[in-house]
Write a protein that binds this ligand. Sequence first.
Ligand code: KG4
Ligand code: ZN
Length: 336
Amino acid sequence: MVILGIETSCDETSAAIIKDGVLLSNIVSSQIEEHVKFGGVVPEVASRLHAENITLVIRKALEEAKVTLDDLDAVAVTRGPGLVGALHVGIQAAKTICMLYNIPLIPVNHLIGHIYANEFVKPLEYPLLAVIVSGGHSELVLMKEELDFQVLGQTRDDAIGESYDKVARVLGLPYPGGVPIDQNAKEGEHIYKFPTPLHGENTYDLSYSGLKTNVINLVNTLQMKGEPYKMQDICRSFQDVAVGQVIERTLKAVNDFDIKNVVVCGGVSANSYLRSKMKEELDKLGVNLMIPPIWSCTDNAAMIAKAGEVLYKHKLFAPLTISPDPNWRVEDYKSF
Ligand code: KG4
Ligand code: ZN
C-alpha cells in the first residue's frame, strides 16, 4: 500500500511517501528564512509560501520515492490543529489528487502525527503516556490502545516551544529559539532562580506564560540597570525550569497511572537536555522511553503518512467536502 502524506499546518511545506510501512521519501521545505525577519510565523506569508511550494514538494516526494500518482492508494493530510490558511493549502492539494485518482482521503490530526513519528523507531507499545511538546502544544495524553486518546493535561496558556521562541527573541537569538537556547544553555550556569509553574500542584496541566514573562522581565531589568550578564546563564536557568516542568508532570502521570511506556514527541522533543533528563529519570523507575529520531521531531509529512497508515486500517476516510479545523482536538480525530 502506498500513501502520500502532506503537512502544511505551520511553516514547513512537506510531502512524504510511505509504502507498506517503509518511508521512501520525505521532502521538507522550510519557510523559516522568510519568517525569521519577523521573529515568528506570519500566517499570511505562510499560506502564500505553501501555495507556491506545495506542487513542487509533492512532485519531489514522488520522484524520490520512484512512484507516480497512479501508484497511490490514499492521501493522508494534516487537517488540524494549525493555521487555517496554511492547512487549507495542503487539504486542497490532497482533495485534488483524491478526486482525480479516485482514492481515499485520510484527515490526520497533527498531534497524532507527532505521536506516530515514534513508529519510525519501533512499533508503539500500549498502554503508554504520550508527552507532546511542540511550538503550539504541550499535552499529556494517555493511550490505552491504538488510536485511544485520553488527554490528561494541557497547557493553560503558552506552549513550551512558544516560550522558547519568545525567550530567544528577548535574548537576541534567532527564530525558532529552541536550538539556539539548547546550545547556549550548555555553556551556562543555573544562577537565576525562576519559580517552576504549578510546582507540586495536583494537575497534569502545564503553563509557560509566567516563566516566559519572568525571563523577559529579568532581561529588561538587567539591561535597564546596565548590569552585565551572560546570555548562556539565562538560557540554562530558563531551560532547566521549562524542561523540569515537563519532567515533573510526566513523573506524576507515570506514578498515578502506573505507566510502563512513555513516548515524547513534537518539536521540543529534539531538545538535548529534555532527551537526556527524561531518560535518566525514567530509567530510575524502569519505565521505557521512546523519542523520535531528531529528523522527525519537528514538523514533517513522514509522520502524517505514518499516522495515515494506522487510520487507513480503520477506514477513517473523509468526504471531499471537509475543511481544516485549526483547533482540532486529539480525542476528536474521528470527527470531520
Ligand atoms: O512540532 P514543531 O515543529 O511545530 C509545531 O507543531 O508547533 O515544533 C516547533 C517548536 C519551535 O517552538 C522550536 O523552537 C521548538 O519546536 N524546538 C526546540 C528544539 N528544536 C525545535 N525546542 C527546544 N529545543 C530544541 N532543540
Ligand atoms: Zn508540530
